[in-house]
Design a binder for this molecule. Structure first.
Ligand code: BMA
Length: 339
């Protein structure tokens, strides 16, 4: 067993189930999955690809709600235990910098990241094509948009939970406007969350079959004494369409475009009925992870088949052991990613 320490708060009430005996992978599913089922809110047929945070002794989250007219928006949900959720009946009422209503044409795959006392929501929206949208809140009542960080096309972004060398850091995956058949993870930094630059390449899709088409950030990186644990998604193509699995990498603490380790094997892949069957079959799409620094426990929230939300568990130690066992990071990945 290795030793790795999560750097962050304790979360005694983290949702948790012990690892089953002979678990084949370092991540195991909650036995009552999926935790959010079809038609969870009036006018919303499916909630998936969603993100949560501890809040006021319980949990709060931003949820991708596919409305019955097919348009995705972000809904707010609250929970006492992180498992049973109550949703607001209306989508999140974003405002612009002047307090006027701001509602993008669509909004999906939200991440929710806390930096100091502010919560940031990062999602995909229309900006003459798919691009990243952002907003902030401190009270989950007022949600103020921030300038779109990147040019189109980009459909997948997640912030780091603290500044690094005094800069905000964001991972994203530049793409095309459709069901992009390519994609690597890049890092951008900003002094103020408005102007982004110093772009660096972090990781490419690889020759490992499960991530050979494209990859993209998942949960906000988890800080540990060994580096940032990045739970991400990797996609492969088959004669029956894309398959989305979860992967794990370890990024350098001070220079996170440097990949220290990367596992050649997935940590979770669609294997259950609720992951294999749904609106888009064969999708495990991680968007958030709760952590308890004291125990090293990690609870992952992931979208299942673009239809449900699932919960899965692991520990920092299990992920790190797996990285040590299956590390495949190449020489070029140990470099900062600048050309
Ligand atoms: C990606 C995103 C995700 C979705 C996945 C599988 O391109 O659109 O929202 O979960 O495809 O359909």
């Amino acid at each position: 067993m290795s030793s790795i320490q999560i750097i962050g708060k304790n979360l005694e009430q983290i949702p948790w189930q012990e690892c089953p005996e002979n678990a084949p992978l370092p991540v195991w599913r909650y036995s009552e999955n999926p935790i959010i089922r079809r038609n969870p809110v009036k006018g919303v047929s499916r909630i998936f690809n969603s993100a949560v945070q501890p809040y006021q002794g319980g949990f709060i989250g931003v949820f991708r709600g596919e409305q019955t007219d097919g348009i995705p928006y972000i809904y707010l949900g609250r929970s006492k235990d992180g498992i049973h959720w109550q949703f607001d009946p209306e989508k999140i009422p974003f405002t612009d910098e002047n307090g006027k209503p701001f509602m993008p044409l669509y909004a999906y795959d939200p991440r929710l990241v806390r930096i100091e006392d502010t919560y940031y929501i990062i999602w995909c929206q229309d900006f003459w094509g798919a691009a990243i949208g952002m907003a902030k809140t401190t009270d989950f009542k007022t949600f103020t948009r921030i300038e779109n960080p990147f040019l189109p096309f980009n459909r997948n972004a997640v912030l780091f939970p603290r500044k690094i060398n005094n800069k905000y850091m964001m991972l994203s995956r530049p793409s095309d406007s459709g069901h992009t058949p390519f994609g690597d993870i890049f890092l951008s930094e900003s002094p103020d969350l408005e102007y982004w630059g110093h772009h660096r390449h972090v990781m490419s899709r690889s020759s490992n079959w499960w991530e050979s088409l494209k990859i993209g950030g998942g949960a906000a990186p988890i800080e540990t004494d060994k580096g940032w644990l990045l739970i991400y998604h990797g996609v492969t193509n088959t004669c029956n369409g894309f398959v989305y699995s979860m992967g794990i990498a370890l990024l350098d603490l001070e220079q996170p475009s440097v990949v220290k380790k990367r596992a050649s094997r997935y940590i979770l892949t669609p294997e259950t009925a609720y992951e294999e069957r749904g609106f888009v079959p064969n999708v495990c799409f991680p968007c958030a992870a709760l952590t308890d620094a004291k125990s090293g426990r990690i609870a992952i929230y992931y979208g299942c088949a673009d239809t449900y939300v699932g919960l899965a568990f692991t520990t920092a130690e299990k992920l790190y052991d797996y990285l040590l066992e299956y590390d495949c990071a190449g020489e070029s990945e140990h470099e900062p990613g600048r050309k």
